[in-house]
Each structure stands twice: as structure tokens, then as C-alpha cells.
Design a protein around this ligand. Sequence first.
Ligand code: ADP
Ligand code: MG
Length: 251
Amino acid sequence: MNQPLLSIRDLSVSADGNTILEGLSLDIAPGEVHAIMGPNGSGKSTLSRALIGDESYDITAGTVRFDNHDLLALSIEERAQRGVFLSFQYPISIPGVSNAQFLKASVNQIREARGLEPLDAIDMLDQAKDAFRRVGLKEEFISRPVNDGFSGGEKKRNELAQMLLMKPRLVILDEIDSGLDIDALRIVADCVSSLKQDGTSFLIITHYQRLLSYVPPERVHILMNGHIERSGDAQLAMDIEAQGYQHPTPA
Ligand code: ADP
Ligand code: MG
């Protein structure tokens, strides 16, 4: 493979003294889409949170290189500034902060870290209008408090709008497809394809093959027993959906 953008080696992660991930390794090259499937409680969200630097998780062994830097040595903010973006399985609301304020602050922090001029309010609003239109949220959502009172589907669309505006290099989508209808899945696929064309890499955590039929993954990985138990091409996701995790197809 090309020089990987993300390279995870023998990663072990625990929370509250319990080991959740143990010896997990994974490489993702620039512009590649990788899917992770795995039973409930196998540690998929733990992996995504450990990668963004959530301090409730302890890294007890292993290394993570991102763009040839030691990702684990960076703060949560530095990881975001360098282009790691997580769309949460359960997006949090921020009642006192409008989407506009949140997006302007986040986008400008990232721009500053990349040596770019900050966007002024007008440019920011133009870009936000475009992003919200693409994800199918009305313009009035730009001035609403982040995710506050949003429906499940609106929260997921709001995460996608953030993703489009922040132009990340690595996107982790943690079950973005749960509870989304077909139209919304198509929007996810459009957003992923357009960023992928610009070289963004994706780690898509999902239970369903359905999203992957819209967003063809280069690789599919099964997370079980704390590590990547099996990897394959898109067919593996179809086999898992048909047979479940306990019935591995012979290689
Ligand atoms: P998945 O996303 O694959 O369903 P999770 O990563 O959410 O799995 O959880 C994996 C396991 O780790 C579960 O048993 C869960 O209870 C536990 N776990 C996750 N986060 C924490 C935490 N912050 N503190 C303690 N246990 C946790
Ligand atoms: Mg999860």
C-alpha cells in the first residue's frame, strides 16, 4: 500500500481498569475507505475515541502514527487541527453555543494550524449555507444551538456538515447510518465520495452492509476479541451480514 496516513500497531486500550482493545493493528492509506464491523461491545467506539484523544481511555500499549507523527503524543485539539475528525455515535448537544459560533471557532482553529487566514463571518456563513444545503438541513439550523433538540437524523446530518466544513484528512464515522433513511444514506455517500476525491481517508464503523453498497470500501475489518480478527474486501461485509460474526467463511 502507499505510505499509510494512519498506522496503528499493537494498540491496547483500557477504561476504568478494564482492557477493551488488545493488540489492534490497522493501516489506512490516503484516500482509502476502510469499514469496521464487529459485535456490540467489541470496542469500535472505544477505538474511535482513543484515536481522537478522549481522556477516559488509557493507551496501555502500542503506537499510532498519523501522517508520520506520533498521534498519541498530541492533545485532543492538536489531533483535530491536524485533521482527525470523529462523527460520534451519539452526537452531543451544546445548548449555549450556536452551530455558527461552533463552526467558525472550529474551522478557524484548523485553518490557523494549517497556516491559512481565518474566515470572516460572511465567508463562513456562505460556506456553512452550502454545507447545510448539501446535507439537507434548512439554513435556520446554522443559527440553532449545536444539536440541541435535533432529531437523531438531524444530528447525523449536522455531523456531516461539520465534516464538510472542517475538511479533515481522516474521518471516523461511528455508526452514522443507524436510524438513517435511504435519502440520508445517499447524502452520507455523496459527502464521503467528495472528500475521498480530495484525498481524505475514512474509517466507517457500521453494522450494516447497506451503507457500504453506497460507499464501496477498499477494506473491511472485523473487530472482535479486542483486535482485528479478520480483514477482507467488500464481500466480507456481505458475508457477515448474511451469516453473522460467529460463522467465519473459509478463506
Ligand atoms: P462498541 O462500540 O463496539 O459497541 P464500545 O467501544 O462502546 O463498543 O464498548 C466496548 C466495551 O468497553 C463495553 O464493554 C463497554 O462497556 C466498555 N467501555 C466503553 N467505554 C467505557 C468507559 N469509558 N468506561 C468503562 N468501560 C467502557
Ligand atoms: Mg459503538
